[in-house]
Design a protein around this ligand. Structure first.
Ligand code: FES
Length: 105
């Protein structure tokens, strides 16, 4: 699979669809930024800033959270069961058709 599609609801509840190259060298955070969606990625993907906090709205089976992601999400007031850090998700064909919402900062 050469490209994958991701559906994104931004903070103003506007929906976007982006087509991404299926390249695991990039994180979802990097791809959302490249698509000029409102993701800051302030810490550069180190799981330190939470500016890439998203909610997963589809039922995709995603890789487990690592300790750093788990700890940062636990510290957020708006964290939910379906919260993830986009910087910790690498592009993979298993993310095709993923539906996400960008969390409030
Ligand atoms: S970019 Fe900072 S936590 Fe994801």
């Amino acid at each position: 699979m050469e490209f994958i599609n991701i559906y994104i609801r931004d903070r103003s509840k506007t929906d976007h669809i982006i087509e991404l190259p299926n390249d695991p060298a990039y994180s979802l955070m990097e791809m959302l930024r490249a698509a000029e969606l409102p993701i800051l990625g302030t810490c550069g993907g180190m799981a330190l800033c939470a500016s890439c906090h998203i909610y997963i709205l589809s039922s995709h089976k995603l890789p487990n959270k690592n300790n750093a992601e788990e700890q940062l999400l636990d510290s957020l007031i708006n964290s939910k069961e379906n919260s993830r850090l986009a910087c910790q998700l690498h592009i993979h064909e298993s993310l095709d058709q993923l539906i996400i919402e960008i969390a409030e900062l």
